[in-house]
Design a protein around this ligand. Structure first.
Ligand code: FAD
Length: 500
């Protein structure tokens, strides 16, 4: 038994909470130090004038990873959390007038794409089949193991999976693969969009990201009852039930390192000692501020940051029956849009607009009856130096112009209340450098394999979990990051007694 071993987690993002639950299950005494007054990090809620909005993530896939946490603890998930499948993964609107309901079901999706765009069903079938194959092969390894441990790479199954990766999945960009796989521009653009799921550029990111559509169209997408925030509320309750202690309003100032071993943290100018320290904060700030290691911090920045976002949270005093839970209004020139975001690092005049409306799922809960809560987001460069107030003003005009055109309605008079977010507020609220939503982007061929390990190579008992380290950003990947780091700690702690 290890009931005397103590772990400190810095940050209560989803990976911090999931790690706390897993370590408590292993018998460690866990304290989570959070600088904010509530848990959740990027998963947060905005409430205003009878409207409420998930302020960060809105798309929920792979609920199995949440089920896994409950299964570990023997607590019944139904006492904490429920979710339901969503029929239409996303509704797509194009400037040429095409409108596609992307059903979260491969069969229905094939029919819809053939009918609306003329894309042969066979092309979709073949693509989703390879997406599934690649996911089952390499995706599973990537999501379940540290790729930085020799032990992992020596496993026969891992070696086989690595050898089986088609070179084209690494050496082609997602756009190159999609252009080869599909004949219609609308389908290519739809499948290129998956690069944005981790804040990347489809014209640069590897074709490996084509594994993501498998999750949506073969496994489905889901809606968590109560919105995304209910994931945090339920996991927080579970963690507390498992004995985890949360200390809010507690910004960690430093990680204490003695003889190349993390032995505790400094909070409110007081030293606290532990057997292990796990940082769930942004990796750049962990090195720069908590470890005062400017050299390593600069090395982190060698990997391009992911995109950030401008978001408008609009209470709309009208229902729009033509919209779904998730909606995309595509830009006319996708390539140019990504050049603006990643090369020029500027706002694009015709942005792809994403609208999420949870009141479609829970009508009177998130918006007053006959009204809707719109989460309206565009991708923008991560940056803390631009004048985001002015850029938000311009973005709002561009978005409204585009929505008016594609919805054939003057929407502005229906905006009853407004809140906003931008790279500066995202950085301030979640300590993500330059407001990058997913830490590093996957804009190079091997980026996915080059994310920072879940442990420190030079400081013993220092670990990392969350969106800026392996396997990457996004709720499902963060949950797996927690699994991977806790598996490593489970192994390492056998050595800790000897090290004392
Ligand atoms: P974070 O959420 O980054 O939280 C880290 C926590 O650490 C914060 O609470 C912070 O306050 C705390 N912290 C940092 N430094 C310190 C310190 N020194 N002391 C104490 N506490 C500290 N993902 C999806 O799956 N689907 C989506 O649709 C989606 N859309 C998104 C939209 C937006 C606008 C944003 C911002 C993100 C989106 N994501 C989406 C990404 C997803 O939200 C993140 O990948 C995930 O929530 C990150 O979790 P994390 O565990 O890395 O921690």
């Amino acid at each position: 038994m290890h009931q005397n071993l103590k772990a400190f987690i810095i940050g209560s993002g989803i990976a911090g909470i999931a790690s706390a639950i897993r370590l408590a299950v292993q018998g460690l005494r866990v304290t989570v130090f959070e600088k904010n007054s509530i848990a959740g990090g990027k998963i947060d809620l905005i409430e205003k004038a009878n409207y409420c909005f998930d302020s960060g993530p809105t798309l929920f896939t792979h609920p199995q990873y949440i089920e896994d946490l409950f299964a570990l603890t023997n607590e019944k998930i139904e006492n904490y959390f429920s979710y339901k499948p969503v029929e239409i993964a996303c509704k797509y609107f194009y400037e040429d007038g095409t409108v596609i309901n992307a059903y979260a079901n491969a069969e229905k999706l094939k029919n819809e794409l053939e009918e609306k765009t003329g894309e042969p069903k066979e092309n979709i079938r073949r693509y989703l089949k390879s997406s599934e194959k690649a996911y089952n092969n390499i995706g599973n390894i990537f999501l379940n193991y540290s790729l930085h441990k020799r032990k992992t790479v020596r496993r026969v199954a891992v070696l086989k999976a690595l050898i089986s990766i088609k070179p084209s999945l690494i050496f082609s960009s997602l756009n190159e693969l999609n252009t080869r796989s599909f004949s219609k521009p609308q389908t290519i653009q739809l499948f290129n969009r998956y690069a944005t799921y981790n804040g990347s550029n489809p014209y640069k990111a590897p074709a490996m990201l084509s594994v993501i559509p498998h999750l949506e169209y073969n496994e489905g997408i889901f809606y968590p009852q109560g919105g995304m925030i209910s994931i945090i509320h339920s996991l927080y309750r579970l963690a507390v039930k498992m004995g985890v202690i949360f200390q809010f309003n507690s910004p960690v100032q430093y990680i204490i390192v003695h003889e190349q071993m993390a032995i505790g943290i400094v909070v409110n100018d007081e030293n606290h000692f532990s057997d292990a320290v796990i940082s769930n904060g942004d990796l750049y700030f962990t090195y720069k501020q908590l470890l005062q290691d400017e050299k390593k911090a600069q090395k982190i920045l060698k990997q391009e940051r992911s995109s950030s976002a401008i978001i408008f949270y609009w209470g709309m005093k009208k229902e729009f029956p033509q919209l779904q839970l998730h909606n995309i209004f595509f830009s006319k020139n996708y390539k140019e849009e990504f050049d603006f975001i990643f090369k020029r690092r500027q706002l694009y005049h015709d942005p792809t607009v994403y609208i999420n409306i949870t009141s479609k799922q829970e009508p009177s809960v998130h918006a007053p009856l006959q009204k809707e809560n719109w989460f309206v987001m565009i991708n923008v460069p991560s940056s803390s130096t631009q004048n985001w107030n002015e850029l938000k003003r311009i973005a709002k005009q561009n978005i409204i112009k585009k929505l008016n055109r594609l919805l054939q309605t003057d929407i502005e008079p229906f905006i009853e209340i407004e809140e906003t977010a931008d790279p500066l507020t995202i950085e301030a609220n979640t300590s993500s450098y330059m407001g990058a939503i997913y830490g590093a982007s996957s804009n190079t061929r091997l980026a996915a394999f080059l994310r920072h390990p879940n442990f420190s190579r030079s400081i013993k008992r220092l670990y990392f979990t969350g969106g800026s380290v392996h396997p990457g950003g996004g709720v499902p990947l963060c949950l797996q990051s927690a699994k991977i780091v806790c598996d490593i700690i489970g192994e390492d702690k056998k050595k800790w007694q000897k090290e004392h």
